[in-house]
Design a protein around this ligand. Sequence first.
Ligand SMILES: Cc1cc2nc3c(=O)[nH]c(=O)nc-3n(C[C@H](O)[C@H](O)[C@H](O)COP(=O)(O)O)c2cc1C
Length: 361
Amino acid sequence: MTRREFLRFGALSAGIAPTILGSSPARASSYDKYSAALRRPLDPDGGIEEVIRFATLAPNGHNTQSWQFSTAGDEIGIRPDLSRRTPVVDPDDHHIYVSLGCAAENLALAASATGRTGEVVVEDNGFVSYAWKQGRIVRSPLVDVIPSRQSTRSIFAGQPASASDLKQLEAASAEHGVRVAIVTDSNEISRLRDLVVAGNRRQLADPAFVAELKFWIRFSASSAIESGDGLYAPVTGNPSMPEFIGRIGFSLFFDAAAEDDKCAAQMSSSAGVAIFLGDHASPKHWAKVGRAAERFMLTATKLGLATSFLNQPVEVPELRSELAALAGEPDLRPDLLIRFGRAAPMPYSPRRPVGSVMLPA
Ligand SMILES: Cc1cc2nc3c(=O)[nH]c(=O)nc-3n(C[C@H](O)[C@H](O)[C@H](O)COP(=O)(O)O)c2cc1C
Protein backbone atom coordinates (compact mmCIF):
# COMPACT_ATOMS: atom_id res chain seq x y z
CA MET A 1 0.00 0.00 0.00
CA THR A 2 1.51 3.32 -1.03
CA ARG A 3 1.00 6.52 0.95
CA ARG A 4 -1.61 7.72 -1.54
CA GLU A 5 -3.48 4.44 -1.25
CA PHE A 6 -3.28 4.71 2.51
CA LEU A 7 -4.75 8.19 2.45
CA ARG A 8 -7.53 6.97 0.15
CA PHE A 9 -8.14 4.14 2.60
CA GLY A 10 -8.32 6.71 5.39
CA ALA A 11 -10.95 8.68 3.50
CA LEU A 12 -12.91 5.50 2.82
CA SER A 13 -12.68 4.27 6.38
CA ALA A 14 -13.92 7.63 7.64
CA GLY A 15 -16.93 7.36 5.35
CA ILE A 16 -17.78 3.64 5.40
CA ALA A 17 -17.27 2.55 8.95
CA PRO A 18 -17.69 5.65 11.03
CA THR A 19 -19.13 3.99 14.09
CA ILE A 20 -16.52 1.25 14.22
CA LEU A 21 -13.54 3.50 13.56
CA GLY A 22 -14.75 6.51 15.49
CA SER A 23 -14.80 9.13 12.73
CA SER A 24 -17.96 10.46 11.08
CA PRO A 25 -19.29 13.26 8.92
CA ALA A 26 -20.94 14.55 12.09
CA ARG A 27 -17.48 14.97 13.66
CA ALA A 28 -16.26 16.78 10.55
CA SER A 29 -19.16 19.18 10.71
CA SER A 30 -18.61 19.65 14.44
CA TYR A 31 -15.05 20.66 13.50
CA ASP A 32 -16.46 23.24 11.09
CA LYS A 33 -18.64 24.64 13.87
CA TYR A 34 -15.72 24.67 16.31
CA SER A 35 -13.51 26.39 13.74
CA ALA A 36 -16.15 29.00 12.88
CA ALA A 37 -16.64 29.80 16.57
CA LEU A 38 -12.89 30.31 17.00
CA ARG A 39 -12.96 32.76 14.12
CA ARG A 40 -16.08 34.72 14.99
CA PRO A 41 -15.71 38.46 14.32
CA LEU A 42 -14.20 40.71 16.97
CA ASP A 43 -16.67 41.76 19.65
CA PRO A 44 -15.68 45.39 20.33
CA ASP A 45 -17.21 45.14 23.83
CA GLY A 46 -15.63 41.78 24.58
CA GLY A 47 -12.86 42.95 26.94
CA ILE A 48 -9.21 41.94 27.10
CA GLU A 49 -10.02 38.26 26.57
CA GLU A 50 -11.41 39.11 23.17
CA VAL A 51 -8.23 40.99 22.26
CA ILE A 52 -6.14 37.98 23.33
CA ARG A 53 -8.39 35.62 21.35
CA PHE A 54 -7.50 37.61 18.24
CA ALA A 55 -3.80 37.49 19.14
CA THR A 56 -3.94 33.68 19.33
CA LEU A 57 -5.25 33.46 15.76
CA ALA A 58 -1.73 34.42 14.60
CA PRO A 59 0.39 31.96 12.65
CA ASN A 60 2.88 30.02 14.77
CA GLY A 61 5.35 27.22 14.13
CA HIS A 62 3.69 23.73 14.01
CA ASN A 63 0.68 25.40 15.68
CA THR A 64 2.28 24.72 19.07
CA GLN A 65 1.05 28.11 20.29
CA SER A 66 4.20 28.55 22.36
CA TRP A 67 3.01 31.74 23.98
CA GLN A 68 1.67 32.91 27.31
CA PHE A 69 -0.27 36.11 27.90
CA SER A 70 -0.45 38.16 31.06
CA THR A 71 -2.48 41.18 32.05
CA ALA A 72 -1.54 43.66 34.75
CA GLY A 73 -3.47 46.92 34.95
CA ASP A 74 -3.35 48.52 31.53
CA GLU A 75 -0.61 46.30 30.16
CA ILE A 76 -0.73 43.02 28.28
CA GLY A 77 2.43 40.90 28.09
CA ILE A 78 3.33 38.06 25.73
CA ARG A 79 6.18 35.71 26.53
CA PRO A 80 7.37 32.38 25.18
CA ASP A 81 6.01 29.12 26.57
CA LEU A 82 9.16 27.04 26.37
CA SER A 83 7.32 23.89 27.47
CA ARG A 84 5.98 23.80 23.89
CA ARG A 85 9.30 24.03 22.07
CA THR A 86 10.05 22.07 18.89
CA PRO A 87 13.77 21.49 19.47
CA VAL A 88 14.46 19.58 16.27
CA VAL A 89 13.03 21.98 13.70
CA ASP A 90 13.68 25.07 15.82
CA PRO A 91 16.68 24.46 18.13
CA ASP A 92 17.27 28.15 18.96
CA ASP A 93 13.55 29.02 19.40
CA HIS A 94 13.68 31.36 16.41
CA HIS A 95 10.16 30.38 15.31
CA ILE A 96 8.77 30.95 18.80
CA TYR A 97 9.91 34.58 18.82
CA VAL A 98 8.69 35.14 15.25
CA SER A 99 5.32 33.73 16.36
CA LEU A 100 5.27 36.09 19.36
CA GLY A 101 5.75 38.98 16.92
CA CYS A 102 2.86 37.76 14.75
CA ALA A 103 0.64 37.52 17.85
CA ALA A 104 1.76 41.01 18.97
CA GLU A 105 0.64 42.48 15.67
CA ASN A 106 -2.81 40.90 15.95
CA LEU A 107 -3.00 42.02 19.58
CA ALA A 108 -2.29 45.66 18.72
CA LEU A 109 -4.80 45.65 15.85
CA ALA A 110 -7.54 44.12 18.01
CA ALA A 111 -6.76 46.32 21.03
CA SER A 112 -6.95 49.48 18.92
CA ALA A 113 -10.26 48.30 17.45
CA THR A 114 -11.65 48.08 21.00
CA GLY A 115 -10.45 51.57 21.92
CA ARG A 116 -7.29 50.43 23.73
CA THR A 117 -4.67 52.67 22.17
CA GLY A 118 -1.11 51.64 22.79
CA GLU A 119 2.25 50.61 21.48
CA VAL A 120 3.96 47.26 21.07
CA VAL A 121 7.36 47.14 22.78
CA VAL A 122 9.70 44.21 22.09
CA GLU A 123 12.42 43.74 24.72
CA ASP A 124 15.92 42.50 23.88
CA ASN A 125 14.91 39.04 25.15
CA GLY A 126 11.98 38.95 22.69
CA PHE A 127 9.30 39.41 25.35
CA VAL A 128 6.50 41.69 24.19
CA SER A 129 4.41 44.24 26.06
CA TYR A 130 1.47 46.38 25.02
CA ALA A 131 0.66 49.26 27.38
CA TRP A 132 -2.63 50.88 26.51
CA LYS A 133 -4.92 53.77 27.43
CA GLN A 134 -8.64 53.90 26.81
CA GLY A 135 -9.11 56.16 23.81
CA ARG A 136 -10.95 56.37 20.57
CA ILE A 137 -11.59 53.28 18.50
CA VAL A 138 -9.13 52.84 15.62
CA ARG A 139 -10.31 50.01 13.41
CA SER A 140 -7.76 49.01 10.79
CA PRO A 141 -9.22 47.06 7.87
CA LEU A 142 -6.61 44.41 8.73
CA VAL A 143 -8.38 43.50 11.98
CA ASP A 144 -11.36 42.18 10.03
CA VAL A 145 -9.26 39.65 8.12
CA ILE A 146 -7.46 38.22 11.17
CA PRO A 147 -10.04 35.39 11.41
CA SER A 148 -9.80 34.49 7.71
CA ARG A 149 -5.99 34.53 7.38
CA GLN A 150 -4.64 31.02 7.22
CA SER A 151 -1.60 29.10 6.02
CA THR A 152 -2.99 27.76 2.74
CA ARG A 153 -0.90 24.75 1.77
CA SER A 154 -2.67 23.89 -1.51
CA ILE A 155 -1.30 24.32 -5.01
CA PHE A 156 -2.03 27.92 -6.01
CA ALA A 157 -3.63 29.08 -9.28
CA GLY A 158 -0.39 30.21 -10.92
CA GLN A 159 -1.66 33.72 -11.68
CA PRO A 160 0.69 36.68 -11.18
CA ALA A 161 -0.11 39.37 -8.60
CA SER A 162 -0.82 42.87 -9.86
CA ALA A 163 1.73 45.67 -9.50
CA SER A 164 -0.64 47.43 -7.13
CA ASP A 165 -0.95 44.32 -4.92
CA LEU A 166 2.83 43.93 -4.81
CA LYS A 167 3.23 47.57 -3.81
CA GLN A 168 0.74 47.19 -0.97
CA LEU A 169 2.42 44.00 0.25
CA GLU A 170 5.79 45.69 0.31
CA ALA A 171 4.44 48.75 2.11
CA ALA A 172 2.67 46.57 4.71
CA SER A 173 5.87 44.74 5.64
CA ALA A 174 7.97 47.85 6.32
CA GLU A 175 9.49 47.55 9.81
CA HIS A 176 12.65 49.14 11.22
CA GLY A 177 15.36 46.47 11.45
CA VAL A 178 13.63 44.09 9.00
CA ARG A 179 14.22 43.64 5.28
CA VAL A 180 11.90 41.91 2.85
CA ALA A 181 12.71 40.74 -0.66
CA ILE A 182 9.67 40.03 -2.80
CA VAL A 183 10.56 37.67 -5.63
CA THR A 184 8.23 37.28 -8.64
CA ASP A 185 10.65 36.35 -11.42
CA SER A 186 9.94 32.76 -12.49
CA ASN A 187 13.64 31.85 -12.81
CA GLU A 188 14.31 33.05 -9.29
CA ILE A 189 11.24 31.25 -7.98
CA SER A 190 12.62 28.08 -9.61
CA ARG A 191 15.92 28.53 -7.74
CA LEU A 192 14.01 29.07 -4.51
CA ARG A 193 11.93 25.98 -5.28
CA ASP A 194 15.10 23.91 -5.58
CA LEU A 195 16.31 25.20 -2.21
CA VAL A 196 12.97 24.36 -0.58
CA VAL A 197 13.05 20.85 -2.01
CA ALA A 198 16.68 20.37 -0.93
CA GLY A 199 15.74 21.44 2.60
CA ASN A 200 12.66 19.25 2.63
CA ARG A 201 14.69 16.24 1.56
CA ARG A 202 17.20 16.77 4.36
CA GLN A 203 14.53 17.25 6.99
CA LEU A 204 12.50 14.21 6.00
CA ALA A 205 15.64 12.06 6.05
CA ASP A 206 16.04 12.88 9.74
CA PRO A 207 13.98 10.49 11.92
CA ALA A 208 13.98 13.01 14.79
CA PHE A 209 12.45 15.67 12.52
CA VAL A 210 9.76 13.27 11.29
CA ALA A 211 8.98 12.09 14.84
CA GLU A 212 8.59 15.69 16.03
CA LEU A 213 6.34 16.50 13.06
CA LYS A 214 4.20 13.42 13.71
CA PHE A 215 3.85 14.38 17.40
CA TRP A 216 2.15 17.61 16.34
CA ILE A 217 -0.18 16.11 13.70
CA ARG A 218 -3.82 15.71 14.71
CA PHE A 219 -5.33 13.09 12.40
CA SER A 220 -8.93 13.32 13.62
CA ALA A 221 -11.32 16.20 14.17
CA SER A 222 -11.94 15.10 17.74
CA SER A 223 -8.25 15.10 18.68
CA ALA A 224 -7.76 18.51 17.03
CA ILE A 225 -10.69 19.93 18.99
CA GLU A 226 -9.57 18.29 22.21
CA SER A 227 -5.95 19.51 22.10
CA GLY A 228 -6.77 22.79 20.34
CA ASP A 229 -3.29 22.76 18.83
CA GLY A 230 -1.13 21.05 16.24
CA LEU A 231 -1.48 20.37 12.53
CA TYR A 232 -4.96 19.01 11.78
CA ALA A 233 -4.66 16.65 8.76
CA PRO A 234 -7.24 18.39 6.48
CA VAL A 235 -5.42 21.70 6.98
CA THR A 236 -2.46 20.13 5.16
CA GLY A 237 -4.66 18.67 2.41
CA ASN A 238 -5.02 15.17 3.89
CA PRO A 239 -8.26 13.51 4.96
CA SER A 240 -9.36 13.34 8.55
CA MET A 241 -9.17 9.79 9.91
CA PRO A 242 -9.29 8.04 13.24
CA GLU A 243 -6.23 8.95 15.28
CA PHE A 244 -4.89 5.40 15.66
CA ILE A 245 -5.11 4.70 11.93
CA GLY A 246 -3.39 7.97 11.14
CA ARG A 247 -0.54 7.30 13.57
CA ILE A 248 0.10 3.79 12.27
CA GLY A 249 -0.31 4.79 8.63
CA PHE A 250 1.99 7.80 8.94
CA SER A 251 4.81 5.60 10.24
CA LEU A 252 4.27 2.91 7.63
CA PHE A 253 3.54 4.88 4.48
CA PHE A 254 5.08 8.33 4.81
CA ASP A 255 6.33 9.15 1.31
CA ALA A 256 9.17 11.70 1.36
CA ALA A 257 9.46 11.84 -2.45
CA ALA A 258 5.77 12.76 -2.78
CA GLU A 259 6.30 15.53 -0.20
CA ASP A 260 9.23 16.88 -2.28
CA ASP A 261 6.99 16.95 -5.36
CA LYS A 262 4.28 18.75 -3.42
CA CYS A 263 6.72 21.44 -2.20
CA ALA A 264 7.95 21.95 -5.77
CA ALA A 265 4.39 22.34 -7.07
CA GLN A 266 3.50 24.70 -4.22
CA MET A 267 6.42 26.94 -5.14
CA SER A 268 5.92 26.79 -8.91
CA SER A 269 2.21 27.68 -8.62
CA SER A 270 2.86 30.80 -6.54
CA ALA A 271 2.60 34.37 -7.76
CA GLY A 272 5.61 35.26 -5.67
CA VAL A 273 7.70 34.62 -2.61
CA ALA A 274 8.59 37.00 0.21
CA ILE A 275 11.85 36.45 2.08
CA PHE A 276 12.11 38.21 5.45
CA LEU A 277 15.47 38.94 7.06
CA GLY A 278 16.12 40.69 10.38
CA ASP A 279 19.12 42.99 10.69
CA HIS A 280 20.34 40.83 13.60
CA ALA A 281 19.85 37.21 14.60
CA SER A 282 18.30 37.91 18.01
CA PRO A 283 14.93 37.23 19.71
CA LYS A 284 14.10 40.93 19.46
CA HIS A 285 14.65 40.98 15.70
CA TRP A 286 12.85 37.67 15.22
CA ALA A 287 9.79 39.15 16.92
CA LYS A 288 10.08 42.23 14.69
CA VAL A 289 10.20 39.95 11.66
CA GLY A 290 7.01 38.32 12.95
CA ARG A 291 5.25 41.68 13.18
CA ALA A 292 6.24 42.64 9.63
CA ALA A 293 5.34 39.21 8.26
CA GLU A 294 1.93 39.22 9.95
CA ARG A 295 1.10 42.60 8.38
CA PHE A 296 2.24 41.16 5.06
CA MET A 297 -0.03 38.10 5.44
CA LEU A 298 -3.04 40.09 6.63
CA THR A 299 -2.64 42.51 3.75
CA ALA A 300 -2.42 39.59 1.33
CA THR A 301 -5.61 38.13 2.85
CA LYS A 302 -7.34 41.48 2.43
CA LEU A 303 -6.26 41.53 -1.23
CA GLY A 304 -7.69 38.03 -1.77
CA LEU A 305 -4.26 36.39 -1.85
CA ALA A 306 -3.42 33.17 -0.01
CA THR A 307 -0.11 32.76 1.83
CA SER A 308 1.87 29.90 3.31
CA PHE A 309 5.32 29.25 4.69
CA LEU A 310 7.95 27.02 3.12
CA ASN A 311 10.74 27.55 5.61
CA GLN A 312 12.93 24.56 4.84
CA PRO A 313 15.89 26.69 3.60
CA VAL A 314 15.59 28.81 6.75
CA GLU A 315 15.50 25.80 9.05
CA VAL A 316 18.40 23.87 7.48
CA PRO A 317 21.44 26.01 8.43
CA GLU A 318 23.57 24.90 5.44
CA LEU A 319 21.00 26.37 3.02
CA ARG A 320 20.67 29.78 4.67
CA SER A 321 23.56 31.52 2.90
CA GLU A 322 22.24 30.62 -0.55
CA LEU A 323 18.77 31.84 0.41
CA ALA A 324 20.19 35.09 1.79
CA ALA A 325 22.18 35.60 -1.43
CA LEU A 326 19.05 35.03 -3.52
CA ALA A 327 17.31 37.65 -1.41
CA GLY A 328 20.17 40.07 -2.14
CA GLU A 329 21.23 40.16 1.53
CA PRO A 330 24.22 37.79 1.67
CA ASP A 331 25.34 38.98 5.14
CA LEU A 332 22.05 38.36 6.92
CA ARG A 333 20.39 35.24 8.31
CA PRO A 334 17.08 34.69 6.49
CA ASP A 335 14.09 34.35 8.83
CA LEU A 336 11.05 33.42 6.77
CA LEU A 337 10.07 32.29 3.31
CA ILE A 338 6.40 32.97 2.56
CA ARG A 339 4.77 32.26 -0.79
CA PHE A 340 1.62 33.99 -2.00
CA GLY A 341 -0.92 33.61 -4.80
CA ARG A 342 -4.54 32.91 -5.61
CA ALA A 343 -6.17 29.86 -3.98
CA ALA A 344 -9.45 28.78 -2.42
CA PRO A 345 -9.45 28.58 1.38
CA MET A 346 -8.56 25.28 3.10
CA PRO A 347 -9.93 24.06 6.45
CA TYR A 348 -8.73 26.18 9.37
CA SER A 349 -6.36 25.26 12.20
CA PRO A 350 -7.47 24.69 15.77
CA ARG A 351 -6.58 26.99 18.66
CA ARG A 352 -6.51 26.55 22.43
CA PRO A 353 -9.02 28.55 24.45
CA VAL A 354 -7.84 31.89 25.82
CA GLY A 355 -7.93 30.52 29.39
CA SER A 356 -5.22 27.99 28.46
CA VAL A 357 -2.75 30.62 27.29
CA MET A 358 -3.15 33.03 30.23
CA LEU A 359 -0.59 33.26 33.01
CA PRO A 360 -2.19 33.52 36.46
CA ALA A 361 -2.68 37.22 37.37
C1 LIG B 1 7.81 31.05 12.36
C2 LIG B 1 6.86 30.16 11.60
C3 LIG B 1 7.37 29.14 10.79
C4 LIG B 1 6.49 28.32 10.05
N1 LIG B 1 7.02 27.40 9.19
C5 LIG B 1 6.18 26.67 8.42
C6 LIG B 1 6.69 25.80 7.41
O1 LIG B 1 7.89 25.72 7.19
N2 LIG B 1 5.81 25.08 6.68
C7 LIG B 1 4.46 25.18 6.86
O2 LIG B 1 3.70 24.50 6.17
N3 LIG B 1 3.94 26.03 7.80
C8 LIG B 1 4.77 26.77 8.56
N4 LIG B 1 4.25 27.67 9.45
C9 LIG B 1 2.80 27.83 9.57
C10 LIG B 1 2.23 27.20 10.82
O3 LIG B 1 2.30 25.79 10.78
C11 LIG B 1 0.81 27.70 10.99
O4 LIG B 1 0.84 29.08 11.23
C12 LIG B 1 0.06 27.02 12.11
O5 LIG B 1 -0.12 25.65 11.85
C13 LIG B 1 -1.31 27.66 12.36
O6 LIG B 1 -2.07 27.62 11.18
P1 LIG B 1 -2.63 28.95 10.49
O7 LIG B 1 -1.46 29.77 10.06
O8 LIG B 1 -3.41 28.45 9.33
O9 LIG B 1 -3.46 29.68 11.49
C14 LIG B 1 5.10 28.51 10.18
C15 LIG B 1 4.61 29.54 11.00
C16 LIG B 1 5.48 30.37 11.68
C17 LIG B 1 4.93 31.53 12.49
